[in-house]
Design a protein around this ligand. Structure first.
Ligand code: HBI
Ligand code: FE
Length: 297
């Protein structure tokens, strides 16, 4: 089963112009959802809620509860926003799919999060090209109600806009990918998931925590910004943070020195590279990736 949210390698959305962000906002058209659309949400929600038990971080469940996101049907963005904006000032705005990088960063910097207004078809239960309402509202939105994580996402948005001036968008996209989309966290109870790309994927939720195949490495900012990622299947390396507070602290430092270092010594680590400097939690077997790549060969 492929990863939940597939994004073509490189730069599928282009960088765009930050000031055009409002051009990408559409209507949610809540009344336009069919019974089947709501049934699909319920199916996905019930299935994934079982799987994330004892695997998602506490902040995820707290967010889901406080925002009233449940299996009754596709959430109404206006209703979610009443609670979300009261908690962290974030609001979700309906979009039709991926939007260019700079308008995306601009939205995050203003505590606006683009959420797909559409839901996958029943026959696409495990695989979608673009982030639909389940990926965004089940996966991302509960985390945005956590004050420290919300601070990180806003800071990330500002950082993305600044990175453009240094031609470091790709590095910021990797940082987003290995935190907001595919991030793991160390907790007293063991590793827990906070990345939405994992939380909205039944297979990867189990794989990311329990399969011996992938590497699990302690988070290091420069290492993450220089590590390639998979867009067509489960990740082969996951990065593990200690806490959102530590992630936020990292994001508040000035990245310019990092940019200078990376410009002076450009690197792109592969999906399986292990460095002497890595804090290794799991040196994976990569058996899953090898078997999947053999299938495709
Ligand atoms: N657009 N709607 C939407 N959702 C995303 O998560 C998203 C995007 N555009 C760009 C993007 N993510 C990536 O470039 C991030 O890595 C920055
Ligand atoms: Fe996403």
């Amino acid at each position: 089963m492929k990863a939940e949210f597939v994004k073509e390698e490189g730069n599928p959305t282009g960088n765009g112009d930050p000031d055009t962000w409002a051009d990408y906002i559409v209507e949610q058209d809540y009344d336009g959802y069919s019974d089947e659309n709501h049934e699909t949400w319920k199916l996905l929600f019930d299935r994934q809620s079982e799987i994330v038990k004892n695997r998602a971080c506490d902040e995820f469940f707290k967010g889901q509860e406080s925002l009233g996101i449940d299996n009754s049907g596709i959430p109404n963005f206006d209703k979610v926003n009443e609670k979300l904006s009261a908690s962290t000032g974030f609001e979700i705005l309906p979009v039709a799919g991926l939007i260019p990088n700079l308008p995306f960063f601009k939205m995050l910097s203003m505590r606006k999060f683009p959420a797909g207004n559409f839901i996958r078809k029943k026959e696409q239960l495990d695989y979608i090209e673009e982030p639909d309402v389940f990926h965004d509202v089940f996966g991302h939105v509960p985390m945005l109600s956590d004050p420290v994580f919300a601070d990180y996402v806003e800071k990330f948005g500002h950082g993305g806009l600044r990175a453009n001036g240094f031609n470091m968008i790709d590095q910021l996209a990797r940082l987003y990918w290995y935190t907001v989309e595919f991030g793991l966290m160390k907790t007293a109870e063991g590793l827990r998931i906070y990345g939405a790309g994992i939380l909205s994927s039944p297979g990867e939720t189990v794989f990311s925590l329990e399969n011996p195949s992938p590497n699990r490495i302690g988070f290091d900012l420069k290492r993450v910004m220089q590590t390639n990622y998979r867009v067509d299947d489960y990740q082969q390396t996951y990065f593990v943070i200690e806490s959102f507070a530590k992630l936020f602290a990292l994001a508040t430092q000035d990245f310019a020195p990092f940019y200078e270092e990376m410009k002076a010594d450009p690197k792109l680590y592969s999906l399986t590279d292990m460095l002497d400097s890595d804090k290794v939690l799991t040196h994976g077997t990569q058996d899953y990736a090898k078997s999947r790549d053999a299938e495709k060969a």
